[in-house]
Design a binder for this molecule. Structure first.
Ligand SMILES: Cc1ncc(COP(=O)(O)O)c(C=O)c1O
Length: 399
């Protein structure tokens, strides 16, 4: 550390006198390195660190930060990949992985069952840069195989937002391997506790860290888990475009992910109980939860996911369309109506007007996104209280 003389002016001492003490004991909480830049004594070392020819830290826009690296290492360990790279949001992670793998004139093959924001990126943004996106039915393996010829990448979600459909991702990864096409999976809804897609053969596992990983609705962040070589490629994209993860978000995420298992255990159990309750309600026309034996992908999910667990997300349909869905959500007292998922609060949302508003109405109908559909993210509240809240909402709205 640079010294500062006792004679130096007040502000000079205020800026330079703080010392980071040498610490030998390992702290239980990963320290937060909330800094944008670092000091070098030699211009050679500075240039080499900036060029990644020597290990070190130089600048906070994606060149590396110890707190972010701590988060990346825990994510790689949980997703069972060689490496991981943090982003400033799930969307910046998705954008970076797509633009790293595809450029002008390339084609991405994507599942047609995706989060609305990803659909917006694929339908409105990437085509403006000459990247075409072809949608496929992820449940039709032959269609996927045919469409992969000459594709730059294949993109799918582990549990699709919002209908909680589950494709045979093991078979999809194998097809991609056979066709030599890099595979990307958004595993936000599943979290690595439920499923580790890299073990099934996926090359890139993406998360909106905003959701289950950080787990407390206080972070916007993303991550891509992949090989070390692919991490370098993603890092180059992030450095040139911005959008790398920031230290405080990494610190909150390192802290949050430590309780992922206990949160997921509670959230999966509550989702199962709520799905069964909703299925028994006369005005609920359909419940979409892979844990229910009535779900078309139940046995697939049982094979692919952790035994006995099916996730904390579900969706259900009310016969009365948008109006009934809105009234029911407004009648809740405990569960909140709001954006996001995977946090401690139970959240409901109406996909047609919120998460999937980017999808044109005719296409929404074609994709099974009914106007009366409500998406539910189970939180950590006690199940008795949630059941009471839901029961009260049905009584009040008589839907
Ligand atoms: C499945 C899925 N992927 C990606 C995202 C985008 O994540 P973020 O909001 O962190 O950019 C979301 C957001 O809701 C999502 O649900």
């Amino acid at each position: 550390m640079s010294g500062v003389s006792e004679e130096a002016g007040f502000s000079t001492r205020a800026v330079h006198a703080a010392r980071v003490p040498a610490v030998t004991e390992e702290p239980a909480s990963v320290p937060i390195y909330q800094t944008a830049t670092w000091r070098f004594d030699s211009s050679e070392a500075y240039a080499e660190v900036l060029a990644f020819e020597r290990h070190g830290h130089s600048y906070g826009r994606g060149y590396g930060n110890p707190t972010v690296e701590a988060f990346e290492s825990v994510m790689a360990a949980l997703e069972r990949t060689e490496a991981a790279y943090g982003f400033s949001s799930g969307m910046s992670a998705i954008h970076a992985v797509c633009t790293t793998l595809a450029g002008a004139g390339d084609r991405i093959v994507a599942s047609r069952e995706l989060y609305g924001g990803t659909y917006g990126l694929f339908s409105q943004v990437l085509p403006r840069y000459g990247i075409g996106v072809d949608e496929v039915d992820p449940h039709d393996l032959e269609e996927v195989r045919r469409s992969l010829e000459g594709a730059a990448t294949f993109y799918v979600e582990t549990i699709a937002n919002p209908l909680c459909t589950v494709a045979d991702i093991e078979a999809l990864a194998l097809i991609c391997r056979e066709e030599g096409v890099p595979s990307v999976i958004d595993s936000t809804f599943a979290s690595p506790w439920l499923c580790t897609p890299a073990d099934l053969g996926f090359d890139f596992v993406v998360h909106s860290v905003t959701k289950y990983i950080s787990g407390h609705s206080d972070v916007i962040a993303g991550v891509v888990c992949c090989t070390g070589a692919d991490r370098h490629r993603l890092r180059s994209t992030a450095i040139e475009t911005g959008g790398a993860m920031q230290p405080f978000d990494a610190w909150l995420s390192v802290r949050g992910v430590q309780t992922l298992e206990v949160r997921m255990e509670r959230q999966c159990a509550s989702a199962m109980a709520l799905a069964a309750f909703l299925e028994s309600q006369p005005h609920v026309t359909r419940v979409h939860y892979p844990g229910l034996t009535s779900h078309p992908h139940h046995s697939l999910a049982a094979r692919l996911f952790r035994p006995g667990a099916f996730g904390g997300m579900l969706a259900f349909e009310l016969g009365g369309g948008t109006e009934a869905a809105g009234r029911w959500c407004e009648a809740l007292e405990l569960a909140w109506m709001g954006a996001s998922l995977g946090g401690t609060h139970t959240l409901v949302t109406h996909p047609a007007s919120t998460t999937h508003r980017q999808v044109e109405p005719a296409l929404r109908a074609d994709r099974g996104l009914a106007d009366g559909l409500i998406r539910l993210s189970t939180g950590l509240e006690n199940i008795e209280d949630l059941l009471e809240d839901f029961g009260r909402a049905f009584k009040l709205t008589a839907v």
